[in-house]
Design a protein around this ligand. Structure first.
Ligand code: NDP
Ligand code: 8X3
Length: 253
């Protein structure tokens, strides 16, 4: 019987690449989440045509508490046996000085990156606690390690993911649940397009002068964290492009 991996934010970027990665590796059926139902259906079809796995599309907005609870509590029984939860759904909106930034954008980042992660985890945890086994993988960022100019609330939301991951790891020790925080540097996905409200030129310029990570690079590392022996937990992992040292220092050519 296949294990089950539940990936939030799987309609694009790291989440979509993770779904492909787990499917390719085999041994997992995959729950994919995102708000865009048509993309979920396309990804389900694509993966199920290529690999002998089952994919369950589960469209909901992670920031809507009741929708999260309804979607997860009403999962068919066979899909409740979740082994790995990848809390990946998230976004940055804007890159503005503190005094100029938009309050609605701040709230959306906090609601999605922090509260969304908490809601999904709270809903999934009882399944893992019942079997005294599970692995929660949270997507932080280099922005969880250093703040940078105009990063303000995005950085704060990722510092929260870092703190939540650390406290989860302590509280869930007794349940034998692993907690891994993954902190990527600059990766070319739809992230910057979303951050700059669809401005493709501005989004592309972020990656000028260096070779960014790809979604596949990050997905391979996430998957790797699930392959270490049962008694081993990778707690915290930072990966950056070769030309990036941390959230601030780049060597651009
Ligand atoms: P993408 O924009 O490519 O993907 C983001 C995913 O999150 C999409 O599938 C989107 O789906 C989903 N999402 C956003 N808001 C919600 C919501 N409210 N409910 C459900 N799903 C949602 O970005 P990345 O793949 O790059 O980012 C994934 C994660 O990695 C994020 O947490 C991001 O902060 C983090 N990260 C990204 C880095 C980068 O440089 N790209 C570096 C470090 C961390 P939909 O729109 O269909 O809802
Ligand atoms: C995304 C990477 O550098 O834009 O978390 O904060 S960065």
């Amino acid at each position: 019987m296949n294990k089950i991996v539940f990936i939030t934010g799987a309609t694009s970027g790291f989440g979509a690449a993770c779904a492909q990665q787990f499917a390719e590796a085999g041994g997992y059926d995959i729950i994919i989440n995102g708000r865009r139902q048509e993309r979920l259906l396309r990804i389900q079809k694509d993966i199920e045509e290529k690999f002998p796995v089952n994919v369950l599309p589960l469209a909901f907005d992670v920031s809507k508490r009741q929708d999260v609870m309804n979607a997860i509590h009403t999962l068919p029984d066979a899909w409740k046996n979740i082994s790995v939860l990848v809390n990946n759904a998230g976004l940055a909106l804007g890159r503005d000085l503190f005094e100029e930034a938009n309050l609605d954008e701040w709230e959306t980042m906090i609601d999605t990156n922090v509260k969304g992660l908490l809601y999904v985890t709270k809903a999934v945890l009882p399944f893992m606690i019942a079997k005294k086994k599970g692995h929660i993988i949270n997507l932080g960022s280099v922005a969880a390690k250093e703040v940078y100019e105009r990063g303000n609330v995005y950085c704060a939301s990722k510092f929260s993911v870092e703190a939540i991951s650390r406290s989860m790891r302590i509280d869930l020790l007794r349940h034998r649940i692993k907690v891994t925080a993954i902190h990527p540097g600059a990766a070319e996905t739809e992230f910057s397009l979303v951050r700059f409200n669809g401005d493709a030129a501005k989004a592309k310029a972020i990656y000028d002068g260096f070779k960014p990570l790809t979604a596949k690079d990050v997905a391979e590392v996430i998957y790797y964290c699930t392959t270490v022996p049962e008694h081993v937990c990778i707690n915290d992992l930072v990966l950056t492009p070769l030309q990036q040292a941390d959230a601030i220092y780049f060597h651009k050519e």
